[in-house]
Design a protein around this ligand. Structure first.
Ligand code: SF4
Length: 554
């Protein structure tokens, strides 16, 4: 096993012994692990677990896995143990991790920028059907997640994924996670700047690089040159958002320190404009600040947002310029307000080359291997072989000539993938929930899907953009704090005093330039059974009482 994590040059040269020591920052000379996670990362780099998976665990089976690998380092390769079936939400907080663990894994495939070819999608579909009991969820970070994966099958799955240029490297763990990118990068008529080369260069520099494989916690990146601000840039650790500098032209506005979960914080602008050529270097500087100055003592304070909140954007930019870039960044403008509320690119749209792309909506990101294989076939027949996933759990097929649009739309609709979905199907997202997640308290995916069907039946004429996000626990995987209607899963008592699944209601959150967190409605909890009635009442009251031009979120 490896020794002490390599000390970054920037940190060792500027060590200020004692200062910030209590937060466990490397830049303060604090390399002694202060919690179990820091210890296992110091004992051995998470990336090194791959060799053990291939040479030991896959051959000898689940019981041979070292617990520090099982619940720690295997995440560096996208593997999480999934929840043992049949354990109710009331036991989530009281059982030991080994009692919650199933012998099967969730495996996350990173899809940087949401960019896929039909060959890649076909392989994902095949893996789903052969090794994952048909499961495949599109996540709100543009990834695909399988469930029911056996450790014995992991090397073969990697071989197939890597054969088409995909990987699970650092898809989870305290690492630079998959990079969000505009799904219409390079094709949109209204694009400010194509972020694709930036995503590729960031990926080349950091993914699988041991210099960045021991971060205080996860690090989320988003890059978009779309004026629709389509990558939830407000809630990433770093976001590069397309803007036009009045003298220098198109480039990126730098945002840092966004993140949800407990203590949610919106990202802040550094006020700096960076060109496409310098964007990856600036990204690496911000990532390095997180590695060196990020708080490692408490897991609950180990995200970049806490450092940004303590320093403020001015100091953060100063440290970035002085200690990591060695030059001053140029000031630049903020992005403009998007012209529309939906940011998911669903529907039929003209590309800048005159062809068309088609965005479509599964329910709450849930698809399956057979459906993905059919989507790949449709995209190959009607398009040029390019597919995208979105940060809203949707998908796109690109590059259609006008005469191929209707046949593709018909093919998608036959798979129950809607190109003109109701606002409920379009705006509802759900996290993994109790079906597979060990932290979950309640069901989410199935409930989200049935809620969509129910609201479509009850409110067929409702046509406002509305976002309804369901989480299975107090974490924020489905971004409840920034939804119009955020539903945080918890157990509660129903009218007869029985403990049942339910949700704490948050109202009025939003992303976009009016971004803000929803208000927890004091005392307002809704049982799962009451959920359709409650949301129907809420939306009906809005429809009856709204004033001219008022949106649900206002
Ligand atoms: Fe699991 Fe909670 Fe995240 Fe849902 S929000 S996937 S239940 S950790």
């Amino acid at each position: 096993m490896a020794a002490t994590p390599e000390r970054p040059a920037a940190a060792t040269t500027r060590r200020k012994a004692g200062r910030h020591r209590g937060e466990g920052q490397w830049a303060a000379g604090h390399f002694t692990p202060l919690n179990g996670n820091e210890q296992f990362k110091k004992d051995d780099d998470g990336l090194n677990v791959r060799t053990r998976i291939e040479t030991i665990y896959a051959r000898r089976g689940f019981d041979s896995i070292d617990p520090n690998d099982l619940r720690g380092r295997m995440r560096w390769w996208g593997l999480y143990t999934q929840r043992r079936p049949g354990i109710d939400g009331g036991k989530t907080a009281v059982l030991e991790p080994e009692e919650l663990d199933d012998e099967f894994f969730m495996l996350r495939v990173r899809i940087d920028g949401g960019r896929l070819t039909t060959d890649q999608l076909r392989v994902i579909g095949e893996i789903s059907q052969e090794f994952a009991r048909g499961t495949a969820d599109i996540t709100d970070r543009q990834n695909v997640q399988f469930h029911w994966i056996r450790i014995e099958d992991v090397p073969e799955i990697w071989r197939r994924l890597e054969g088409v240029g995909l990987s699970t490297t650092e898809a989870c763990g305290d690492t630079p996670r998959a990079i969000l990118g505009s799904p219409v990068a390079g094709i949109a008529e209204d694009e400010i700047i194509d972020g694709t080369p930036v995503i590729e260069e960031i990926h080349r520099r950091i993914v699988g690089n041991p210099a960045f494989s021991n971060l205080p916690r996860k690090f989320k990146t988003a890059v978009s040159g779309s004026p629709l601000l389509d990558v939830a840039h407000e809630i990433n650790d770093i976001s590069l958002v397309g803007v036009v500098h009045p003298e220098l032209g198109p480039g990126f506005d730098v945002w840092v320190g966004g993140g949800l979960s407990t203590n949610p914080k919106l990202g802040v602008r550094l006020g700096a404009w960076v060109s496409a050529e310098e964007a990856a270097e600036v990204h690496e500087g911000v990532l390095s600040i997180f590695r060196d100055y990020g708080y490692r003592r408490l897991r609950t304070r180990a995200r970049l947002k806490f450092l940004v909140a303590d320093w403020g954007p001015e100091k953060f930019r100063q440290v970035l310029e002085d200690e990591y870039l060695g030059r001053t960044l140029r000031d630049g403008p903020a992005p403009a307000e998007p012209a529309q509320r939906w940011r998911d690119h669903v529907g039929v749209h003209r590309q800048k080359d005159g062809r068309f792309y088609v965005g479509f909506a599964p329910r709450v990101g849930r698809v399956d291997g057979a459906t993905l294989t059919k989507i790949a076939e449709l995209a190959a027949v009607h398009g040029s072989g390019r597919v995208r996933t979105t940060a809203e759990q949707k998908m796109l097929v690109l590059d259609l000539t006008e005469d191929r649009v209707d046949p593709l739309v018909a093919g998608l609709e036959a798979l129950d993938l809607r190109v003109t979905p109701s606002p409920f199907r379009r705006g509802t997202m759900a996290c993994t929930g109790i079906e597979f997640c060990k932290l979950a308290i309640v069901e989410t995916k199935g409930r989200g899907a049935s809620l969509i069907d129910e609201l479509e039946r009850r409110l067929p004429d409702f046509d406002e953009p509305v976002t309804i996000n369901l989480n299975g626990c107090p974490n924020a995987c489905a971004r409840i704090q920034v939804a119009d209607i955020g539903l945080k899963g918890q157990l509660m008592l129903d009218e007869s005093g029985e403990q049942v699944e339910g949700y704490q209601v948050h109202l009025g959150g939003a992303l976009g330039l009016q971004a803000g967190f929803g208000r927890k409605v004091r005392g307002l909890k809704v049982t799962a059974a009451e959920l359709p009635d409650y949301i129907e009442r809420l939306l009906t009251a809005f429809t009856e009482q709204r004033t001219e031009g008022e949106r649900f979120a206002q």
